[in-house]
Design a protein around this ligand. Structure first.
Ligand code: SF4
Length: 403
């Protein structure tokens, strides 16, 4: 059975979804890099070709109006706006500063608590950018995939040249700039199984950055992940042990922290693990409203709903099966997931990783075995710190002996 049928059978047509409190805004649709694994340009979706290069004044105004009306209807505590691309710094300093000021001032006038962040490839940063972002109170996360030989395998420019040297120099610039600490949110790395976990850990130490997030490569059953000498699960298990054994409070791996929170039953949601409802949506440069941009790794045009901030409210997104699957994923899982002993922590993993041409999202994650082994391992390692009689109280079934 396809997930579309599952949606029809399990979710009411008048479903009122989780309010959107995180708006990922594609302020530009182009990038100065051409990373070979990028879901925007180099996987299944080609819709970027129809997008305006930069978000317009008209779309920005409509977007702000719709965020305000959405907030008024749903009364959330905080609105997060992430400037995304492509590479958002390609917007240029003056334009980006004006954009943030315009949107921020309107939200401020309406009494809407909000925060801005940017996810950047880190190549275009300079001191002036850091001053500007600090002044505008915009946090910045930088993507870097490990030591040079590994980073430059995939994160290349349009001529095929690696970007590592620029990114490293700009991370150092952020660390040394007097205002850098105010805005530097951390690192984002796509997991590369060719990097020995110890080498990646030492690299993180060398960078000396507090927060790191590790993303599994965008892959699914139709387009499986690259394989190597070690599985993704074993890689993450080894990296987790290095991190846990180091026991430094000032070293955060968001992926592991998320799993730990889920194991301990925190009320918590993150889009790529746990299957809890998430209030994220994406706005393209032309104003199109979409549920999740990474779904572009599954099928050309899959995120296109025919909705646009010029004509629609964000609530209009709730009627689409893909939004329901994204928001209520844990209610729409395949039988394998429903019967899985780590379901309460895994939740079927990240929605794009469940896709196949035959069943669309009615599958376990393509990283099922990796997630299963990692979660059991983390549960067991955490259990070592608890008295025996408390171990079984960890989220889900008792600590497993399968590993
Ligand atoms: S580990 Fe596999 S079967 Fe279990 S919930 Fe995750 S994806 Fe589903």
């Amino acid at each position: 059975m396809t997930t579309m049928k599952l949606v029809e059978q399990n979710i009411q047509p008048d479903y009122l979804g989780v309010p959107f409190n995180t708006f990922v805004v594609k302020v530009v649709s182009t990038c100065n890099l051409n990373c070979s694994y990028c879901y925007m340009y180099n996987l299944q979706d080609q819709t970027y070709k129809q997008q305006p290069a930069v978000i317009s004044q008209e779309v920005t105004k409509a977007l702000t109006d719709k965020i305000i009306s959405h907030y008024r209807r749903h009364q959330m505590s905080l609105i997060h706006i992430t400037l995304h691309g492509g590479e958002p710094l390609l917007m240029g300093k003056e334009r980006l500063q004006t954009w943030v000021r315009q949107v921020g001032e309107r939200l401020h006038q309406e009494g809407i608590p909000h925060e801005f962040a940017i996810q950047s490839n880190g190549t275009l940063l300079d001191s002036e950018w850091i001053d500007l972002l600090a002044e505008a109170k915009v946090g910045i996360g930088i993507s870097i995939d490990g030591p040079q030989q590994f980073h430059d395998m995939f994160r290349v420019d349009h001529k095929g040249n690696g970007s590592f040297n620029k990114v490293l120099a700009n991370i150092r610039l952020l660390q040394e700039h007097p205002k850098g600490k105010e805005i530097f949110l951390g690192l984002l790395s796509v997991l590369n199984i060719d990097i020995p976990p110890t080498e990646f850990f030492e690299f993180w130490e060398f960078l000396n950055v507090r927060a790191l997030d590790i993303l599994l490569p965008d892959a699914n059953h139709a387009y499986p992940p690259r394989q190597g000498r070690i599985s993704y699960g074993d890689w993450m298990i080894q990296f987790f042990d290095l991190w846990l054994n180091q026991n430094r409070e000032d070293r955060i791996v968001r992926f592991f922290n998320s799993i730990l929170r889920l194991i301990f039953g925190y009320p918590f949601s993150v889009e790529y693990i746990g299957g809890k409802p998430v209030g994220v949506c994406v706005i393209e440069t032309n104003g199109d409203i979409e549920p999740l941009d990474v779904l572009k790794s599954c099928k050309d045009g899959i995120t296109k709903m025919g909705l646009n901030v010029l004509n629609n409210e964000f609530d209009d997104l709730y009627s689409f099966p893909l939004t329901k699957i994204y928001q209520q994923g844990a209610r729409l899982l395949c039988d394998t997931c429903k019967n899985c002993e780590v379901l309460d922590v895994c939740g079927g993993g990240y929605l794009p990783h469940r896709y196949s041409h035959e069943n669309d999202f009615n599958n376990p994650s393509v990283y099922c075995d990796d997630l299963y082994r990692l979660i059991l391992h983390i549960r067991r390692r955490v259990g070592e710190f608890l008295p025996k009689d408390m171990q079984a109280s960890l989220s889900g079934s008792a600590i497993c002996s399968k590993l």
